[in-house]
Design a protein around this ligand. Structure first.
Ligand code: SF4
Length: 251
């Protein structure tokens, strides 16, 4: 007799549907020999079919991953953190990509009004405590939205930061699988893919923003600077916290 567990969003699930960390070794072996599209098929098919969400910022490089996801299954849930501090250009770019790629299930996530009023009544938390602000506007809403899913997909790449240099195509993170299909991609490969598929660019890229987050925490990047130098400039911070760390196994 198979055991069952209660999932807050999906009701009773057979035990075999619950993500099991033991499956990581097999998934990693399969993913390591696949290209980005193949890793996505792994993340969106088989036992994970219908149980995986994409996390996207609709930032400077997001179109590449979203284009591949749309080709495999445009009904895949796309989780988008609308912090209330984003550039208007990002919101319009989200709408444009959603329309042009035919994405059917883009979910915008924000903290509730009560929580915002309690923790950041005047909206200036970012200036006083950026980690707390990211926790309120990004980490907590994403953790809640991911609860019904067995896996998430990110657009992270190894070249982006030192902390990401050891990234693997599949990891185990906070109770679910985390797939990183673009883990080995270089910047020039992203540009080439976007050009080959005529993907629209985020409008701020041409204005000097190669990496785009919230407006108060993103500045233009000067010539010769690292492309993420404009993120949280002046702070000892290069991650918002939603993707930090793995749960062991050196992955
Ligand atoms: S990036 Fe800045 S404004 Fe956005 S959630 Fe983090 S601290 Fe707040």
């Amino acid at each position: 007799m198979s055991a069952t567990v209660i999932d807050a969003c999906q009701g009773l699930l057979p035990r075999e549907k619950v993500p099991a960390r033991a499956g990581l070794t097999d998934l990693l072996a399969k993913a390591s020999s696949r290209d980005a599209y193949g890793v996505l098929e792994l993340a969106l098919g088989g036992e994970l079919s219908g149980r995986t969400a994409v996390v996207s910022s609709f930032g400077a490089e997001s179109a590449v991953l979203l284009h591949m996801v749309a080709a495999i299954d445009p009904t895949t849930p796309i989780l988008f953190l609308n912090t209330g501090k984003l550039f208007g250009e990002t919101l319009r770019y989200r709408d444009r990509l959603q329309q042009e790629l035919g994405l059917c299930d883009v979910r915008s996530l924000s903290p509730g009004l009560d929580t915002r009023q309690t923790l950041d009544a005047d909206g200036s938390l970012w200036a006083r405590d950026a980690d707390a602000c990211c926790g309120l506007r990004k980490v907590a809403p994403l953790a809640a939205a991911l609860k019904p899913f067995a896996a998430q997909i990110t657009g992270r790449k190894r070249f982006q930061t030192n902390a990401r240099a050891g990234m693997q195509p599949v990891e185990w993170h906070e109770g679910r699988f985390r797939f990183n299909p673009l883990w080995q991609w270089r910047e020039d490969e992203l540009v080439a893919y976007a050009a080959a598929h005529r993907l629209p660019a985020h409008p701020l890229v041409a204005d000097g923003y190669p990496s785009i987050g919230c407006q108060p925490c993103t500045r233009r990047v000067g010539k010769g600077e690292n492309y993420r130098a404009g993120r949280w400039a002046g702070l000892d911070k290069d991650e918002c916290g939603i993707h930090v760390g793995t749960d062991g196994d050196g992955i």
